[in-house]
Design a protein around this ligand. Structure first.
Ligand code: GDP
Ligand code: MG
Length: 647
C-alpha cells in the first residue's frame, strides 16, 4: 500500500484559513487573559464572559440533501476519518449528528451524547406520521399518507415492543459516553435489520428513538471549535424529514447542499433549493457529489452547472451561491486504500486525469478530483468572513470599551485625593443605576411589544391577500377551463410577503437594541457627570454585530398548497361555489396559521428575549463600572492598586 501521509497533510491544508482565524482568536484570548490578571474588579466579569464566549465559539456547518446523496460519506471525507459516520443508513432514521471538532466546550467525560425523542414528539410521530399526516389529510393525499403512516406506526410499535420496560425510561432522556467507537455510533445511528435485532444484534438498537447525536472528536491539524452537522436527508414526496432539515439549517450559518450528480435536479432538489431561499444566500454552498459515477465527468459537470445556474436564476436566487463538484468517495479512497477503488470510479478518474497504475499518482488524482479541498476552502472562507469576523469584531470592541472604562476609573483615582468624597451614597447610586436599567428595559419592552403586534398584523394581512389572489385565480381558471383541469396556486408570493415582513421586523428589533444601548449609556453618563462630577469622552458602544435571531426557516416548510394535487377539485364537486370558496379559504388558513404562529413564537420572541438579555448584561456591566468610579472616589488614593486582583 502506498503512503497516505502526504494526502492527509494536503487534506489538512484545506482548512488553513480557518486555522489562521483561530490563531487570531488565540492571540486575542491571550491578550484578554493577560488583561484579566491585572484588571480592576469591575472588569473581571466582562473579561470572564469574553473568555467564556471565545471558548464556546463554535461556528457550525449543516450538510443537507436527499437521502443517498452521499452526505455522511462526504462528511467523513471532510474530517479525514473515512468511516466515522455510517453510510447507507436506513432512511427511517431521523438523527441529526453533530461532529464537534477539537471542542473546548465538551461536556465533562463525554465524547458521545445521544438524545432521545420525548414522549410528546414520539406520540405525534406515531399518531400522525408527523407533519406529513396532518398535511396530507388536508391535501387529499390520504391514500399515500395512510401508507406512510402505517409504516411509521409499525416501525415505532416494534421499537416500543422490542425495548420493553426500557422504552418509557428512554423517552426524553439522553445517554452519554466518555469514549467513542464505531459500534457505539452504530447502536444509536445506524438502523439495523429488525429481524437481526430480534436475534439480539445491537446495531441500530436505539436508532429510531434517537433524535440527535453529538460526537466530540479531537483531530490535530483540523480547526478548533467547528461543528459539522449531518442530517438524515429529505426523501419522499411529503418531505418526511423536512422539519429536521429546517431545524438543522436554522442552527447553522453555513449550509452545504449535497446533490447527487446523476440526478442533480430532481423535484426534491428544487424543493431543497426553495429551502435555501429562506437562508442567507452567501452562506449556502452547493456540492454536486458522486461525479465519479459520471462516464465523462469533465463534460457532464459543465452541463450540470449550466442547468443548476438556470434553476437558481429561475428561483430568483442570487448568482453567488457557489457550486462545487466532486466525490466524497474519491476522497475517501485517496485517504484510505486507493487500490480498492471501484472500476467504474477508476475509469471516470482516468477520463478526467489520464490512466495511471502508480498508486501514489492515483491517490493524488483521486484527492484532486474529489473537490474536498475546494469545499474546505469554501467553508472556511464563509465562516471567517461571516460569523468569524463578526465575533472577532464584537469581542475586540467589548475589550476596547473595557480598556476605556478602566482608564477613566484609574484617572479618577489619581485625580482625587482621599478627602474628596462624592456627593452621593453607594445605596443611592445603586438605586439610580437600577432606574436607568429598568427604564431602558421598559422602553425596550414597550417598543418590542408594538413591533410584535405590527408583525402579527402584517403576517395576517399577507395571509389575507394571498387568499384573495388565490380565489381570484381559481375563479378565472374555472371560467376559462371548467372545473376539471388541474390547477395550482404557488404560495411563493405568500412566503415572500411573510419573509419581507419578518426581515423588516428583525431590522427594527436590532434598532431597538441599539436604542436601548444608547439609553443605558446616556443614563449612566448622566450619573457619572452629574452625581460623580466626572467628565469623560463617552465613546459610543455598539450593539453587537452578530445577528441575534435564527433564520426563519419555518417559511420554507412545504404547504399542502405546494403539492400539485387534485385536492381542491373535491371541494368544488361536492358543494356550491360559495361553499368551495369557503373551504378553500379554510384550507389556506389552516395551512398557514401555524406558520404565522411559529414565526412569532419560535423565531421572533426568542430573538427579542436574546436582545433583551444582551441589554441587561450591558446595563449590569456599565453599572459595575460606574460603581467602580464611585468606590475610588469614596476611598483613599491607593485603592485602585489594592483592588487589582493578583495574578
Ligand atoms: N460512487 C460513489 N458512491 C458514493 C459517493 N458518496 C456516497 N456514496 C455511496 O452512496 C451510498 C449512500 O451514501 P451516504 O453517505 O450514506 O448518503 P447519505 O444518505 O446522503 O448520508 C453509500 O453506499 C455510499 O458508499 C460518491 O461520491 N461516489
Ligand atoms: Mg447519511
Amino acid at each position: 500500500m502506498s503512503d497516505t501521509s502526504a494526502i492527509h497533510q494536503r487534506h489538512r491544508q484545506g482548512f488553513q484559513e480557518l486555522n489562521a482565524f483561530w490563531d487570531q482568536l488565540d492571540a486575542l484570548e491571550t491578550a484578554i487573559d493577560a488583561l484579566g490578571d491585572c484588571a480592576l474588579s469591575f472588569a473581571q466579569d466582562p473579561i470572564e464572559r469574553a473568555l467564556e464566549q471565545i471558548h464556546a465559539f463554535e461556528p457550525s456547518v449543516s450538510v443537507i440533501g436527499q437521502v443517498k446523496a452521499g452526505k455522511s460519506t462526504l462528511l467523513n471525507a471532510l474530517i479525514g476519518q473515512t468511516d466515522l459516520l455510517p453510510s447507507d443508513v436506513n432512511p427511517w432514521t431521523s438523527v441529526i449528528t453533530g461532529i464537534h471538532l477539537n471542542s473546548r466546550h465538551r461536556p465533562i467525560d463525554t465524547r458521545a451524547l445521544f438524545r432521545f425523542f420525548d414522549a410528546h414528539e414520539w406520540d405525534r410521530l406515531v399518531a400522525t406520521g408527523g407533519r406529513l399526516g396532518e398535511m396530507a389529510a388536508r391535501a387529499g393525499f390520504e391514500a399515500e399518507a395512510d401508507e406512510v403512516r402505517a409504516q411509521v406506526t409499525e416501525m415505532r410499535q416494534s421499537t416500543q415492543a422490542r425495548l420493553g420496560d426500557e422504552f418509557a425510561a428512554l423517552l426524553g432522556a439522553s445517554h452519554s459516553y466518555p469514549d467513542l467507537d464505531k459500534s457505539l455510533i452504530d447502536r444509536y445511528i445506524c438502523y439495523g435489520d429488525p429481524s437481526e435485532l430480534e436475534d439480539g444484534a445491537t446495531e441500530g438498537v436505539y436508532a429510531d428513538l434517537t433524535k440527535s447525536a453529538d460526537l466530540y472528536v479531537d483531530l490535530p491539524g483540523l480547526p478548533r471549535g467547528l461543528c459539522l452537522r449531518d442530517t438524515p436527508g429529505v426523501n419522499d414526496t411529503f418531505m418526511m424529514r423536512e422539519q429536521i432539515t429546517l431545524n438543522a439549517i436554522a442552527e447553522s450559518r453555513v449550509c452545504v447542499v449535497v446533490l447527487s450528480a446523476h440526478q442533480a435536479l430532481s423535484t426534491m432538489d428544487v424543493a431543497l433549493l426553495r429551502i435555501i431561499c429562506s437562508v442567507e444566500a452567501r452562506e449556502v454552498l452547493i456540492f454536486v457529489n458522486r461525479i465519479d459515477e459520471l462516464a465523462d465527468p469533465a463534460g457532464e459537470t459543465v452541463k450540470i452547472r449550466t442547468a443548476l445556474e438556470g434553476t437558481l436564476r429561475r428561483l430568483g436566487l442570487s448568482d453567488d451561491i457557489e457550486i462545487l463538484f466532486g466525490s466524497g468517495y474519491w476522497a475517501n479512497c485517496a485517504l484510505g486504500d486507493v487500490s480498492r477503488m471501484m472500476p467504474a470510479s477508476r475509469a471516470a478518474l482516468a477520463a478526467l486525469h489520464g490512466a495511471t497504475d502508480d498508486l501514489d499518482s492515483l491517490r493524488a488524482q483521486a484527492f484532486d478530483a474529489s473537490g474536498v479541498s475546494e469545499l474546505h476552502r469554501a467553508i472556511a472562507r464563509r465562516i471567517v468572513d461571516g460569523p468569524g469576523q463578526a465575533f472577532l469584531n464584537d469581542t475586540k470592541k467589548e475589550i476596547d470599551a473595557l480598556l476605556d472604562m478602566t482608564e477613566t476609573v484609574e484617572s479618577v483615582a489619581h485625580q482625587r485625593s482621599g478627602g474628596a468624597n462624592p456627593a452621593i451614597t453607594a445605596a443611592a447610586l445603586t438605586q439610580r443605576l437600577d432606574t436607568v436599567r429598568d427604564e431602558s428595559l421598559e422602553t425596550f419592552d414597550e417598543q418590542t411589544d408594538r413591533l410584535r403586534a405590527d408583525l402579527h398584523a402584517r403576517l395576517l394581512r399577507a395571509q389575507d391577500t394571498f387568499v384573495g389572489s388565490a380565489l381570484e385565480a381559481l375563479e378565472a381558471h374555472i371560467a376559462a377551463f371548467g372545473e376539471f383541469n388541474s390547477w395550482t396556486h404557488d404560495p411563493a408570493n405568500l412566503r415572500m410577503m411573510m419573509k419581507t415582513a419578518f426581515s423588516s421586523s428583525c431590522a427594527k428589533l436590532r434598532r431597538e437594541g441599539e436604542a436601548a444601548f444608547d439609553n443605558v449609556l446616556d443614563g449612566m453618563q448622566e450619573i457619572v457627570e452629574r452625581d460623580l462630577g466626572v467628565f469623560r469622552d463617552a465613546h459610543s458602544i455598539d450593539f453587537p454585530e452578530q445577528p441575534q435571531h435564527k433564520a426563519p426557516t419555518v417559511l420554507a416548510r412545504t404547504l399542502s398548497l405546494d403539492l400539485q394535487g387534485p385536492w381542491w377539485r373535491k371541494f368544488w364537486r361536492f358543494g356550491a361555489r360559495g361553499a368551495a370558496e369557503k373551504r378553500y379559504r379554510a384550507v389556506i388558513l389552516a395551512e398557514t396559521t401555524p406558520l404565522v404562529d411559529d414565526l412569532l413564537t419560535d423565531v421572533f420572541d426568542p430573538a427579542v428575549a436574546r436582545t433583551r438579555e444582551i441589554i441587561e448584561v450591558f446595563a449590569r456591566e456599565q453599572a459595575g463600572y460606574v460603581r467602580a468610579i464611585h468606590e475610588c472616589m469614596d476611598a483613599p488614593r491607593e485603592t485602585p492598586a489594592a483592588q487589582r486582583l493578583s495574578a
